[in-house]
Design a protein around this ligand. Sequence first.
Ligand SMILES: Nc1nc(=O)c2c([nH]1)NC[C@@H]1CN(c3ccc(C(=O)N[C@@H](CCC(=O)O)C(=O)O)cc3)C=[N+]21
Length: 286
Amino acid sequence: MSADIIKGKELAHKLKEEMSKEVLFLKEQGLVPHLTVILIGDNPASKSYVNGKKKASGETGISSDVIEMGVSTSEKELLMKIQELNNDPSVHGILVQLPLPEHIDEQHVIEAISPAKDVDGFHPINIGRMITGEDTFLPCTPYGILTMLKSYDITIEGKHAVVIGRSNIVGKPIGQLLLNENATVTYCHSKTTNLIDFTSKADILIVAVGRPNAIREEHIKDGAAVIDVGINRLEDGSLTGDVDFDAVSEKASYISPVPRGVGPMTITMLLQNTIKAAKGLSKSER
Ligand SMILES: Nc1nc(=O)c2c([nH]1)NC[C@@H]1CN(c3ccc(C(=O)N[C@@H](CCC(=O)O)C(=O)O)cc3)C=[N+]21
């Protein structure tokens, strides 16, 4: 068997076309969705992601700006900036690019962002709403994965989904979203023993490990849908995921590639969340 490739980039493009029509409509009503990104320091990877977000915003007509702050910015200064943006009615979405420098407590920053402007979906209030299945901002990477599975008509209900990874931004929330869709969910992580016992029973396998070729053909159940969330930069500068793509393609029925898989979808869902924030659909307090 040769797996169907889940083309995240293509799907992202299609969704962005639909969004630009909606943005045009909102603009006609005098509403210009605006995203503000805060970038601390000069981490090259962060800079490149932020540029991607800026570019995608522009493509859909969403207005955006990037506030660059020096690497020695104090937590207090950052929190004050966030407060200012919380109070600015022309700013609908606020994203603080992670990771932050060591001296800044990420959780303090996440909790300072108004839940109504939390387009990352990282605020504890929004995480709580996600768990209970209320309407809220879903974290962008898990939301993108869910959108990929649904767009390719991959059945989730009743299936065994195995998530490898338990980060707050990917592993934990994607397991929760799949549970909300009536999957049976197993979480695996770095302390899991006999990983293969679990992965080989997965109808849907979500891989967020952070190591090239961590998942190989022997880990896969015949006909599984495999989503690769890994982003590993190789020495030659190229990007690769966590899954041995060529070998796994022979056994799986669906596979998402890296690049052009989950990454472009993450950015697209951020734009979707920004539009939602602009429309004020979130039930969060303002
Ligand atoms: N507050 C916050 N929110 C985030 O959503 C967030 C973050 N911090 N910190 C870093 C991670 C990572 N992330 C990616 C987004 C797009 C691609 C993406 O578009 N990747 C392209 C390749 C891009 C390239 O070539 O560099 C692809 O996979 O095809 C990757 C990674 C968002 N993140």
